[in-house]
Design a protein around this ligand. Structure first.
Ligand code: SAM
Length: 296
């Protein structure tokens, strides 16, 4: 079975076709400080800022059938509803030429509505509908575990210009928090057994990096990991359950999801350590985990 055709990743994409409103409502924005650091490592901040108001040379919006021959500053793969895209756009400004790709039409439609001025494509990272050498940098935000395979790396390599850079951003939940640890452990109990643990916590299980060794197309991955500046705070246990039920490893059959959600609510409202440390409202501490490399 290929990395794009597994029960757990197919189930997650199907779930997000119908629950992308909850995704958009309860998933946090990305840590602006973290995204800024990644854009600096990708060499984009200075590049775009120096352009000084020069409009794009070509305003044709690409589609799967007709991709305009233009160079983009940035391709965001697995862009979802655009949670990271809007932070990137904010940091790079109006003149940045950004294109976002995601296979779930419902997610990318949210991105289109919420982040104007970004071109959108429906598709998989393993088959990027863009010409060779057409983007200066590629970012994968909170989604690389879905396509941590050689086919996707070859495609990213193909669309990058010579010397182009690839950056990965994970918003990893901090399991030092009793709330996060308790909820993620529950998700581990209910996920498909074959779903790798890096879908739950890409900092604890770093086997998603193995594909870089299998296909040595990039310089060695560099990394920088630090706590978020502004942690997400949710008002009550119901909202925390809604947030975590958008997580891909718990894209399971309705009865399993129902049982998991009920147990999560019970945990959040009765566990003494969670009550004592997290209280109400509830903080969800996270880490910015940034990785980057250059096309060889
Ligand atoms: C957890 S969401 C992250 C979305 C967004 N980047 C964010 O930060 O909120 C993972 C995204 O990866 C997308 N995805 C799954 N498989 C993919 C693949 N093979 N190629 C590209 N994107 C994929 C999903 O559709 C989903 O939108």
């Amino acid at each position: 079975m290929s990395a794009t055709k597994t029960q757990y990743s197919d189930a997650a994409r199907t779930m997000w076709e119908t629950t992308n409103d909850d995704y958009e409502k309860f998933r946090p924005s990305h840590d602006k400080a973290g995204v800024r650091v990644l854009l600096e490592h990708l060499g984009l901040l200075d590049d775009v800022n120096q352009r000084n108001g020069t409009p794009p040379t070509d305003d044709v919006t690409p589609s799967l059938d007709n991709v305009a021959p233009r160079t983009y500053d940035l391709l965001e793969v697995g862009a979802g509803t655009g949670k990271c895209t809007r932070v990137i756009k904010d940091l790079l400004g109006e003149n940045a030429r950004i294109v976002a790709l995601d296979p779930v039409a419902g997610m990318i439609q949210q991105l289109k509505d919420k982040v104007p001025g970004v071109d959108v494509l429906v598709g998989f990272c393993e088959s990027i509908p863009l010409p060779d050498n057409s983007v200066k940098a590629v970012i994968s935000s909170q989604s690389f575990h879905f396509y941590a395979n050689e086919a996707a790396l070859r495609e990213i390599h193909r669309v990058l210009i010579p010397g182009g850079k690839f950056g990965i951003n994970f918003t990893a939940d901090d399991e030092d928090s009793p709330l996060v640890h308790g909820v993620l452990d529950l998700i581990r109990k209910y996920k498909y057994p074959e779903c790798p643990d890096h879908f739950v916590n890409p900092l604890l299980d770093t086997s998603w990096k193995d594909c870089f060794d299998a296909a040595p197309l990039f310089t060695p991955l560099q990394e920088h990991i630090f706590p978020w500046e502004n942690q997400q705070t949710l008002p009550d246990a119901e909202s925390v359950v809604k947030l975590f039920m958008t997580y891909s490893p718990i894209a399971r059959e309705p009865d399993i999801r129902k049982e998991c959600a009920e147990r999560m609510f019970e945990l959040l409202t009765t566990d003494p350590a969670i009550k004592q440390v997290n209280g109400i409202p509830m903080d969800i501490p996270r880490m910015s985990a940034l990785y980057w490399c250059t096309k060889k």
